[in-house]
Design a protein around this ligand. Structure first.
Ligand code: SAH
Ligand code: DHB
Ligand code: MG
Length: 222
C-alpha cells in the first residue's frame, strides 16, 4: 500500500460517485492559473463536505480559509436556495479568485467571501449576533486552529457540526520532537478538541490524492 494506490483508489471513488462538474473543474483551473497553492481539499473530501452539510440539513455554514473557493462551492452546493455560507480569507488575491469561481458556479447569491484575518472576522460575526451556524469548516492557518475552534463554538448551537482539515499531518502530530508550526498547530488543536466539554468529537485518518492526513469531526453538545 503506497501513495500511488491511495491516489488510484481516490480516482476510482471519484469516477464512481462524483460526476464531472464544470464549475469545480473551472475553479481549480482558474485557481492554478492565478498561482494559488494547490492545497484545496481533494475531490472526495469535497464530496464528503457536501454529504455532511446535507446530512445535518445545514442552512448556515461558516468556512475559515477560502483559498480559491473550491471547498466553499462543495459546501454551498448542499445549501437550500435561501441558505448562506460565509467564508473567511485573509489574502485579497485568494478572495478575488474565490469570488469569481463562486460566481461562475452560480452560488454568488448564497456565499459571502469576507476579507480579513479570520480572528477579526469571527469577532465581528459574534458582534453581529446573527443566527448560529449549522456547520463550521476550519481550514486556514494551522497555528490559529485552536482559537478558531473557540470562536466557532461561540457561533454554534447544540448540534452544530465542526470539521477541521489537516489534523494528522502524515502522522507527524504524534512525534513529540516535531516542532513544525503546522504540526504544532494541529497538535494543539487536537488537545483543545479533547479538552472541550461542549464537543463530542473524533479524528478520522485519511489517505488519497493528497497523501496521508486526517479530519477532525465534532458535534456541539446541548
Ligand atoms: N478551504 C480551501 C483551502 C484553504 S487553504 C479549500 O479546500 O478549497 C488555507 C487558506 O487560509 C489560504 O487561502 C490562506 O490564505 C488562508 N488563511 C491563512 N491564514 C489566514 C487567516 N489568519 N485568516 C483567514 N484566512 C487565512
Ligand atoms: C496544506 C494542505 C492543506 O489542506 C491546507 O489546508 C494547508 C496546507 C499542505 O499540504 O501544505
Ligand atoms: Mg486543508
Amino acid at each position: 500500500m503506497d501513495k500511488e494506490q491511495w491516489a488510484a483508489v481516490d480516482q476510482y471513488i471519484n469516477t464512481l460517485l462524483d460526476p464531472p462538474d464544470a464549475a469545480l473543474d473551472d475553479a481549480l483551473r482558474a485557481s492554478a492559473a492565478a498561482g494559488l497553492p494547490e492545497i484545496a481539499v481533494s475531490p472526495s473530501h469535497g464530496a464528503l463536505l457536501t454529504v455532511l452539510a446535507r446530512a445535518v440539513g445545514a442552512r448556515r455554514i461558516l468556512e475559515i480559509g477560502t483559498l480559491g473557493g473550491y471547498s466553499a462551492i462543495r459546501l454551498a452546493r448542499a445549501l437550500p436556495p435561501d441558505g448562506r455560507l460565509v467564508t473567511l480569507e485573509v489574502n485579497p488575491r485568494h478572495a478575488e479568485v474565490a469570488r469569481s469561481n463562486i460566481a461562475r458556479a452560480g452560488l454568488a447569491d448564497r456565499v459571502e467571501v469576507r476579507l480579513g484575518p479570520a480572528l477579526a472576522s469571527l469577532a465581528a460575526l459574534a458582534g453581529q449576533g446573527g443566527d448560529p451556524f449549522d456547520l463550521v469548516f476550519i481550514d486556514a492557518d494551522k497555528a490559529g486552529y485552536t482559537e478558531y475552534l473557540h470562536a466557532s463554538l461561540r457561533l454554534s448551537r447544540p448540534g452544530t457540526l465542526i470539521i477541521a482539515d489537516n489534523v494528522v499531518r502524515q502522522g507527524r502530530v504524534i512525534e513529540p520532537g516535531d516542532e513544525d508550526v503546522n504540526v504544532r498547530g494541529a497538535r494543539r488543536f487536537n488537545e483543545a478538541l479533547a479538552a472541550e466539554p461542549r464537543l463530542m468529537a473524533t479524528i478520522v485518518q485519511t489517505v488519497g490524492v493528497k497523501g496521508y492526513d486526517g479530519l477532525a469531526i465534532g458535534v456541539v453538545l446541548g
